[in-house]
Design a protein around this ligand. Structure first.
Ligand code: PLP
Length: 355
């Protein structure tokens, strides 16, 4: 149990128009902070006014990307209460990430306690407009001023919150995806399974390239053979081929998404066969030629489910389900969002009350 000190802001911000929130544009009045010092551990948990950080310019996070993050959401329920979706999974994942990055991690219970304490403080920032939520961004940075390369002796863990709009304000439109065969996102033994900023920094160039070619996102192939499908943009990726659902195994190069895990659990409950064997892009394109590539979608906290309408691999283009959202994609979307916003009963026991 953390003992949290509260320092409330004297200047509450005006709330934004909840019809035009966008993603990551507005931030709430307070943030959670806790310090970590080598030899002492975590100390001084506090909720303080949201403000710019004071960091030494030599802070190690700024030079060697010694940082990691998480992402989850709080959802306004029909009765006005607020719930989180599987927050302990984010806490557990951050422990795995931070171990790989030589960063200290909070115990998962303390992580969840901190998230709940901040969301409760910011309760009036949780929007209630259809499809909106409060995005929660926990992160750790190495703060020691030191230019030699080694683990830092001091760190800070923060949580900030941002009210976000409906991801699909104009309806769910399937995206056009470019299969990346030049750059790679992750390799065995690397950091692909972690949520670290460096992974994103290194993958931006492919997103820029995809945009220049008229595509919305990149589909990543494995970094060794450029043969097997792994992720789509910063989402996990699912393929429905001839009735079977395929998604890449979480073997170190794939981020173990909470949405991915939830989809797999639902699909199995509904009686589908889910294969976590590696799937070659050649087999995806062949399935398309044979008329067996039924649905493709990405999964992640921000969009929940993002249908793919078109895949370009080298000179070949696969059109999926006539550019329409597939039936199973739709069912997963409706079920998961229904549970998150409390419109469906939480049979799976996935949500947790905050206030
Ligand atoms: C965060 C993330 C995901 C999705 O994870 P969720 O827990 O479902 O939000 C997928 N891939 C990458 C690379 C990510 O960073």
């Amino acid at each position: 149990m953390l003992e949290i000190r509260y320092e409330m802001t004297q200047h509450k911000k005006d709330k934004p128009d909840t019809k035009n929130l966008g993603f990551g544009v507005y931030y709430t009045d307070h943030m959670f902070v806790i310090d970590h010092t080598e030899g002492i551990g975590w100390h001084d948990a506090r909720i303080v006014p949201y403000a710019p950080l004071q960091l030494d310019p030599a802070a190690m996070a700024l030079h060697y990307a010694m940082e990691s993050f998480e992402g989850l959401k709080a959802y306004r329920q029909p009765d006005g209460s607020v719930r989180l979706f599987r927050p302990e999974k984010n806490g557990e994942r951050m422990i795995n990430t931070n171990h790989r990055m030589c960063l200290p991690a909070l115990p998962a219970e303390d992580f969840v306690q901190a998230v709940k304490a901040l969301v409760k403080t910011e309760e009036d920032w949780v929007p209630s407009e259809e499809g909106t939520s409060l995005y929660i961004r926990p992160f750790v940075i190495a703060t020691e001023p030191h230019l030699g390369v080694r683990p830092s002796k001091t760190h800070q863990f923060y949580i900030i919150c941002s009210p976000v709009g409906a991801y699909y304000s104009t309806g769910i439109n399937p995206v056009k995806i470019f299969v990346e065969d030049e750059y790679t996102r992750a390799t065995p033994g690397g950091t692909g399974f972690t949520k670290c900023g460096g992974n994103y920094a290194a993958s931006l160039i492919s997103q820029v390239k995809a945009h220049d070619l008229g595509y919305e996102q990149t589909l990543w192939l494995d970094g060794v053979q450029h043969k097997y499908v792994e992720e789509v943009g910063s989402m996990n990726c699912f393929f429905k081929i001839d009735g079977t659902i395929y998604t890449a195994p979480c073997v170190g190069t794939v981020l173990p998404g909470v949405t991915r895990m939830s989809c797999i659990e639902l699909l199995k409950k509904w009686g589908y066969t889910v294969s976590e064997e590696r799937l070659a892009i050649e087999d995806v394109m062949k399935a398309s030629r044979d008329g067996k590539l039924e649905e493709v979608f990405g999964t992640g906290t921000a969009a929940v489910i993002s249908p793919v309408g078109e895949l370009r691999y080298e000179d070949e283009v696969a059109f999926i389900n006539g550019g329409e959202i597939g039936e199973l994609t739709h069912r997963l979307y409706d079920t998961i969002t229904g549970i998150q916003w409390g419109k469906l009963p939480d049979d799976m026991g996935w949500t947790t009350a905050v206030c």
